[in-house]
Design a protein around this ligand. Structure first.
Ligand SMILES: [Zn+2]
Length: 339
Protein backbone atom coordinates (compact mmCIF):
# COMPACT_ATOMS: atom_id res chain seq x y z
CA UNK A 1 0.00 0.00 0.00
CA UNK A 2 1.29 3.41 -0.92
CA UNK A 3 1.10 5.95 1.87
CA UNK A 4 0.50 9.41 0.47
CA UNK A 5 0.49 12.37 2.87
CA UNK A 6 -0.77 15.79 1.86
CA UNK A 7 1.16 17.85 4.32
CA UNK A 8 4.51 17.98 5.99
CA UNK A 9 4.80 17.37 9.73
CA UNK A 10 5.06 20.39 12.00
CA UNK A 11 8.68 21.55 12.25
CA UNK A 12 9.77 19.66 9.12
CA UNK A 13 12.42 22.19 8.24
CA UNK A 14 14.19 21.65 11.58
CA UNK A 15 14.23 17.84 11.43
CA UNK A 16 17.56 16.06 11.52
CA UNK A 17 17.99 12.96 9.30
CA UNK A 18 17.93 10.68 12.37
CA UNK A 19 14.52 12.11 13.37
CA UNK A 20 12.76 11.41 10.06
CA UNK A 21 11.65 7.94 11.21
CA UNK A 22 9.53 9.57 13.94
CA UNK A 23 7.35 11.15 11.24
CA UNK A 24 7.68 8.96 8.15
CA UNK A 25 8.06 5.37 7.05
CA UNK A 26 10.68 4.60 4.43
CA UNK A 27 9.39 5.36 0.91
CA UNK A 28 6.48 7.50 2.13
CA UNK A 29 5.18 10.04 -0.35
CA UNK A 30 4.17 13.62 0.43
CA UNK A 31 2.17 15.56 -2.17
CA UNK A 32 2.00 19.34 -1.87
CA UNK A 33 -0.28 21.41 -4.07
CA UNK A 34 1.30 24.81 -4.29
CA UNK A 35 -0.39 27.80 -5.87
CA UNK A 36 -0.83 26.37 -9.39
CA UNK A 37 -2.21 22.90 -8.76
CA UNK A 38 -2.84 22.34 -12.50
CA UNK A 39 0.90 22.43 -13.34
CA UNK A 40 2.84 19.20 -13.74
CA UNK A 41 4.47 18.28 -10.43
CA UNK A 42 8.15 18.30 -9.65
CA UNK A 43 9.14 15.04 -7.97
CA UNK A 44 11.98 15.22 -5.45
CA UNK A 45 13.59 12.25 -3.78
CA UNK A 46 15.60 12.64 -0.59
CA UNK A 47 17.79 10.33 1.45
CA UNK A 48 17.41 7.08 -0.48
CA UNK A 49 20.79 6.61 1.21
CA UNK A 50 20.56 7.19 4.94
CA UNK A 51 23.90 8.97 5.32
CA UNK A 52 23.34 11.53 2.54
CA UNK A 53 21.47 14.55 3.96
CA UNK A 54 21.85 16.98 1.01
CA UNK A 55 18.34 16.34 -0.33
CA UNK A 56 16.70 16.85 3.05
CA UNK A 57 18.65 20.09 3.58
CA UNK A 58 17.87 21.53 0.15
CA UNK A 59 14.16 20.66 0.46
CA UNK A 60 13.96 22.07 4.00
CA UNK A 61 15.36 25.34 2.67
CA UNK A 62 12.86 25.31 -0.20
CA UNK A 63 9.98 24.76 2.25
CA UNK A 64 11.24 27.64 4.37
CA UNK A 65 11.28 29.87 1.31
CA UNK A 66 7.73 28.90 0.33
CA UNK A 67 5.95 29.16 3.70
CA UNK A 68 6.30 25.55 4.72
CA UNK A 69 5.14 24.39 1.28
CA UNK A 70 1.98 26.58 1.26
CA UNK A 71 3.11 28.83 -1.60
CA UNK A 72 5.07 26.51 -3.89
CA UNK A 73 4.84 27.76 -7.50
CA UNK A 74 4.05 24.25 -8.80
CA UNK A 75 2.99 20.99 -7.12
CA UNK A 76 5.77 19.03 -5.47
CA UNK A 77 5.86 15.33 -4.70
CA UNK A 78 8.44 14.24 -2.13
CA UNK A 79 9.73 10.70 -1.93
CA UNK A 80 11.07 10.16 1.59
CA UNK A 81 13.98 7.70 1.39
CA UNK A 82 15.43 5.20 3.81
CA UNK A 83 14.46 6.66 7.20
CA UNK A 84 15.59 3.50 9.04
CA UNK A 85 19.11 3.85 7.65
CA UNK A 86 18.98 7.62 8.32
CA UNK A 87 18.24 6.92 11.99
CA UNK A 88 21.63 5.16 12.18
CA UNK A 89 23.34 7.51 9.71
CA UNK A 90 24.32 4.69 7.35
CA UNK A 91 23.81 4.27 3.60
CA UNK A 92 21.63 1.19 4.25
CA UNK A 93 21.12 -1.09 7.21
CA UNK A 94 23.41 -4.12 7.36
CA UNK A 95 21.76 -7.05 5.58
CA UNK A 96 19.15 -4.72 4.04
CA UNK A 97 18.87 -3.53 0.46
CA UNK A 98 20.25 -0.40 -1.19
CA UNK A 99 17.24 1.90 -1.77
CA UNK A 100 18.73 3.22 -4.97
CA UNK A 101 18.98 -0.28 -6.46
CA UNK A 102 15.32 -1.32 -6.19
CA UNK A 103 13.77 0.53 -9.14
CA UNK A 104 13.76 -2.32 -11.61
CA UNK A 105 11.77 -5.45 -10.86
CA UNK A 106 14.15 -8.42 -10.68
CA UNK A 107 12.49 -10.50 -8.01
CA UNK A 108 9.28 -10.91 -6.05
CA UNK A 109 10.64 -8.94 -3.11
CA UNK A 110 8.18 -6.67 -1.32
CA UNK A 111 10.46 -3.68 -1.68
CA UNK A 112 10.74 -4.03 -5.46
CA UNK A 113 6.97 -4.46 -5.63
CA UNK A 114 6.53 -1.24 -3.67
CA UNK A 115 9.10 0.54 -5.87
CA UNK A 116 7.09 -0.53 -8.92
CA UNK A 117 3.88 0.85 -7.38
CA UNK A 118 5.63 4.14 -6.66
CA UNK A 119 6.92 4.36 -10.24
CA UNK A 120 3.42 3.73 -11.63
CA UNK A 121 2.07 6.42 -9.32
CA UNK A 122 4.76 8.87 -10.46
CA UNK A 123 4.18 8.06 -14.12
CA UNK A 124 0.45 8.70 -13.74
CA UNK A 125 1.25 12.24 -12.60
CA UNK A 126 3.12 13.17 -15.83
CA UNK A 127 5.92 14.85 -13.84
CA UNK A 128 7.69 18.00 -14.95
CA UNK A 129 10.93 16.30 -13.82
CA UNK A 130 12.24 13.88 -11.22
CA UNK A 131 15.27 14.93 -9.17
CA UNK A 132 16.92 12.39 -6.87
CA UNK A 133 19.36 14.07 -4.47
CA UNK A 134 22.47 12.37 -3.07
CA UNK A 135 25.87 12.95 -1.48
CA UNK A 136 29.09 11.07 -2.26
CA UNK A 137 31.35 9.21 0.13
CA UNK A 138 34.51 10.42 -1.64
CA UNK A 139 35.68 13.81 -2.80
CA UNK A 140 33.93 14.64 -6.10
CA UNK A 141 32.76 17.88 -7.71
CA UNK A 142 29.00 18.52 -7.64
CA UNK A 143 27.57 16.83 -10.74
CA UNK A 144 24.29 15.69 -12.21
CA UNK A 145 23.73 12.21 -13.63
CA UNK A 146 21.30 11.39 -16.39
CA UNK A 147 20.50 8.08 -17.99
CA UNK A 148 19.05 8.97 -21.36
CA UNK A 149 20.97 11.08 -23.89
CA UNK A 150 18.32 13.74 -24.46
CA UNK A 151 18.78 17.49 -24.87
CA UNK A 152 16.21 18.10 -22.12
CA UNK A 153 18.20 15.95 -19.68
CA UNK A 154 21.35 17.84 -20.70
CA UNK A 155 19.69 21.16 -19.86
CA UNK A 156 18.41 19.74 -16.60
CA UNK A 157 21.93 18.61 -15.65
CA UNK A 158 23.38 21.99 -16.59
CA UNK A 159 20.96 23.78 -14.26
CA UNK A 160 22.77 21.95 -11.45
CA UNK A 161 26.40 21.84 -12.63
CA UNK A 162 28.53 22.14 -15.78
CA UNK A 163 29.87 18.68 -14.95
CA UNK A 164 27.63 15.74 -15.72
CA UNK A 165 27.73 11.97 -15.98
CA UNK A 166 25.70 9.75 -18.26
CA UNK A 167 25.26 6.18 -17.04
CA UNK A 168 22.98 3.24 -17.76
CA UNK A 169 24.52 0.79 -15.31
CA UNK A 170 23.50 0.26 -12.54
CA UNK A 171 20.08 0.10 -14.23
CA UNK A 172 18.19 -0.19 -10.94
CA UNK A 173 18.39 3.46 -9.82
CA UNK A 174 15.42 5.80 -9.50
CA UNK A 175 16.57 8.16 -12.25
CA UNK A 176 17.11 5.27 -14.70
CA UNK A 177 13.53 4.12 -14.09
CA UNK A 178 12.03 7.62 -14.30
CA UNK A 179 13.87 8.72 -17.46
CA UNK A 180 11.57 6.34 -19.33
CA UNK A 181 8.63 8.72 -18.78
CA UNK A 182 10.00 12.19 -17.92
CA UNK A 183 13.20 14.26 -17.60
CA UNK A 184 15.15 12.77 -14.70
CA UNK A 185 18.37 13.61 -12.91
CA UNK A 186 20.35 12.26 -10.00
CA UNK A 187 22.29 15.06 -8.35
CA UNK A 188 25.48 14.30 -6.46
CA UNK A 189 26.13 17.02 -3.88
CA UNK A 190 29.72 16.23 -2.87
CA UNK A 191 30.47 14.99 0.63
CA UNK A 192 27.75 15.29 3.32
CA UNK A 193 27.77 18.84 4.67
CA UNK A 194 29.03 20.41 1.41
CA UNK A 195 27.02 23.61 1.76
CA UNK A 196 27.84 25.01 -1.69
CA UNK A 197 26.60 21.79 -3.36
CA UNK A 198 23.43 21.84 -1.21
CA UNK A 199 22.92 25.39 -2.42
CA UNK A 200 23.19 24.15 -6.02
CA UNK A 201 20.47 21.59 -5.30
CA UNK A 202 18.33 24.33 -3.75
CA UNK A 203 18.87 26.58 -6.80
CA UNK A 204 18.04 23.73 -9.18
CA UNK A 205 14.77 22.97 -7.37
CA UNK A 206 13.87 26.64 -7.15
CA UNK A 207 14.53 27.12 -10.86
CA UNK A 208 12.38 24.10 -11.75
CA UNK A 209 9.56 25.31 -9.51
CA UNK A 210 9.44 28.58 -11.41
CA UNK A 211 9.98 27.40 -15.00
CA UNK A 212 7.26 26.81 -17.55
CA UNK A 213 9.35 24.35 -19.53
CA UNK A 214 12.82 22.94 -20.04
CA UNK A 215 14.86 24.17 -23.00
CA UNK A 216 15.06 21.98 -26.09
CA UNK A 217 17.74 24.03 -27.88
CA UNK A 218 21.08 22.32 -28.64
CA UNK A 219 23.87 22.72 -26.10
CA UNK A 220 27.53 23.59 -26.76
CA UNK A 221 30.45 21.54 -25.45
CA UNK A 222 31.54 24.67 -23.57
CA UNK A 223 28.23 24.65 -21.69
CA UNK A 224 28.19 21.08 -20.42
CA UNK A 225 30.91 18.49 -19.84
CA UNK A 226 29.56 14.96 -20.16
CA UNK A 227 31.36 11.87 -18.93
CA UNK A 228 30.06 8.47 -19.83
CA UNK A 229 30.39 6.05 -16.95
CA UNK A 230 31.00 2.73 -18.69
CA UNK A 231 32.48 0.36 -16.15
CA UNK A 232 32.34 -0.29 -12.42
CA UNK A 233 35.32 -1.30 -10.28
CA UNK A 234 34.53 -3.73 -7.48
CA UNK A 235 36.51 -5.52 -4.84
CA UNK A 236 35.55 -9.23 -4.91
CA UNK A 237 33.09 -10.24 -2.19
CA UNK A 238 34.66 -11.40 1.08
CA UNK A 239 38.00 -9.70 0.33
CA UNK A 240 39.34 -7.54 3.13
CA UNK A 241 40.24 -3.92 2.42
CA UNK A 242 42.17 -1.16 4.14
CA UNK A 243 43.98 2.07 3.45
CA UNK A 244 46.93 1.19 5.65
CA UNK A 245 50.10 -0.60 4.51
CA UNK A 246 50.36 -2.12 7.98
CA UNK A 247 47.05 -3.98 7.83
CA UNK A 248 47.07 -7.60 6.72
CA UNK A 249 44.18 -7.19 4.31
CA UNK A 250 43.73 -8.65 0.81
CA UNK A 251 43.89 -5.15 -0.69
CA UNK A 252 45.09 -1.83 0.57
CA UNK A 253 44.59 1.32 -1.40
CA UNK A 254 46.43 4.59 -1.59
CA UNK A 255 45.31 7.17 0.96
CA UNK A 256 43.33 9.99 -0.66
CA UNK A 257 42.41 7.74 -3.59
CA UNK A 258 39.35 9.96 -4.09
CA UNK A 259 41.71 12.80 -5.07
CA UNK A 260 41.70 11.28 -8.57
CA UNK A 261 37.94 11.61 -9.10
CA UNK A 262 37.21 13.43 -12.37
CA UNK A 263 40.96 13.64 -13.10
CA UNK A 264 42.90 11.33 -15.42
CA UNK A 265 44.53 8.30 -13.82
CA UNK A 266 47.58 7.98 -16.03
CA UNK A 267 49.39 4.88 -17.27
CA UNK A 268 51.73 3.52 -14.58
CA UNK A 269 50.05 5.29 -11.66
CA UNK A 270 49.82 3.12 -8.51
CA UNK A 271 46.36 3.01 -6.96
CA UNK A 272 47.03 0.41 -4.29
CA UNK A 273 48.50 -2.95 -3.39
CA UNK A 274 47.39 -6.51 -2.85
CA UNK A 275 48.75 -8.72 -0.11
CA UNK A 276 46.87 -11.70 -1.49
CA UNK A 277 48.24 -12.66 -4.95
CA UNK A 278 45.13 -14.75 -5.63
CA UNK A 279 42.74 -11.80 -5.89
CA UNK A 280 42.26 -8.94 -8.34
CA UNK A 281 39.82 -6.08 -8.82
CA UNK A 282 36.68 -6.93 -10.78
CA UNK A 283 35.76 -4.52 -13.55
CA UNK A 284 32.39 -4.93 -15.21
CA UNK A 285 31.31 -2.96 -18.29
CA UNK A 286 27.86 -1.62 -19.13
CA UNK A 287 26.93 -4.79 -20.99
CA UNK A 288 28.06 -6.88 -18.01
CA UNK A 289 31.26 -7.73 -19.90
CA UNK A 290 34.30 -8.64 -17.82
CA UNK A 291 36.97 -5.95 -18.25
CA UNK A 292 39.03 -7.00 -15.22
CA UNK A 293 42.25 -7.47 -17.22
CA UNK A 294 41.99 -4.24 -19.21
CA UNK A 295 42.74 -1.45 -16.75
CA UNK A 296 45.25 -2.60 -14.14
CA UNK A 297 48.59 -4.41 -14.03
CA UNK A 298 49.61 -6.37 -10.96
CA UNK A 299 53.37 -6.00 -10.56
CA UNK A 300 54.59 -7.63 -7.36
CA UNK A 301 52.17 -6.27 -4.81
CA UNK A 302 51.51 -3.07 -6.75
CA UNK A 303 48.29 -2.36 -8.62
CA UNK A 304 49.11 0.08 -11.42
CA UNK A 305 47.10 1.66 -14.21
CA UNK A 306 47.46 -0.22 -17.51
CA UNK A 307 45.17 2.02 -19.57
CA UNK A 308 44.55 5.68 -18.64
CA UNK A 309 41.00 6.58 -17.62
CA UNK A 310 38.91 9.15 -15.72
CA UNK A 311 37.48 7.74 -12.47
CA UNK A 312 34.51 8.92 -10.45
CA UNK A 313 33.12 8.08 -7.04
CA UNK A 314 36.38 6.55 -5.85
CA UNK A 315 35.91 6.37 -2.10
CA UNK A 316 38.15 5.77 0.90
CA UNK A 317 35.25 4.34 2.93
CA UNK A 318 35.89 0.59 3.23
CA UNK A 319 32.28 -0.16 4.17
CA UNK A 320 30.95 1.59 1.05
CA UNK A 321 33.54 -0.22 -1.08
CA UNK A 322 32.23 -3.55 0.26
CA UNK A 323 28.54 -2.59 0.04
CA UNK A 324 28.71 -0.86 -3.35
CA UNK A 325 31.96 -0.41 -5.28
CA UNK A 326 35.41 1.16 -5.34
CA UNK A 327 34.42 3.58 -8.12
CA UNK A 328 33.56 3.99 -11.80
CA UNK A 329 35.52 4.30 -15.06
CA UNK A 330 34.49 7.09 -17.42
CA UNK A 331 35.17 8.50 -20.89
CA UNK A 332 34.34 11.93 -22.34
CA UNK A 333 31.27 12.44 -24.51
CA UNK A 334 30.44 15.39 -26.76
CA UNK A 335 27.10 17.19 -26.28
CA UNK A 336 26.40 16.08 -29.86
CA UNK A 337 25.45 12.74 -28.31
CA UNK A 338 22.34 14.43 -26.89
CA UNK A 339 19.34 14.01 -29.20
ZN1 LIG B 1 23.51 8.07 -2.70
Amino acid sequence: MLIVNNKLPEGFSKLEPYELHQHFKSLDIVELNGVNPHLNPLILSLMLHGNEPAGLRAIQNIMDKYEGGQSLPRPVVLLIGNVDAARDSVRMLEGSIDYNRIWKRRSNSLIEHKAEQILNHFKSKTPFAVIDIHNNTGSNPAYGCFNKLSIVNGHLARLFSETSVYFTNPDTTLSVACCAFCPALTVECGLPGDISAEKRAFNLINELLNRESLSKSPLLDSELTIYHSYAIIRVPKNCTISFSPNADTDFYFKENLDFYNFKTLKFGETIGYRNNPEVKLQIVGVKEEDLSDDFFDYIGKKITVKKAFIPSMLTCNTRIISQDCLGYIMESYSVEMLK
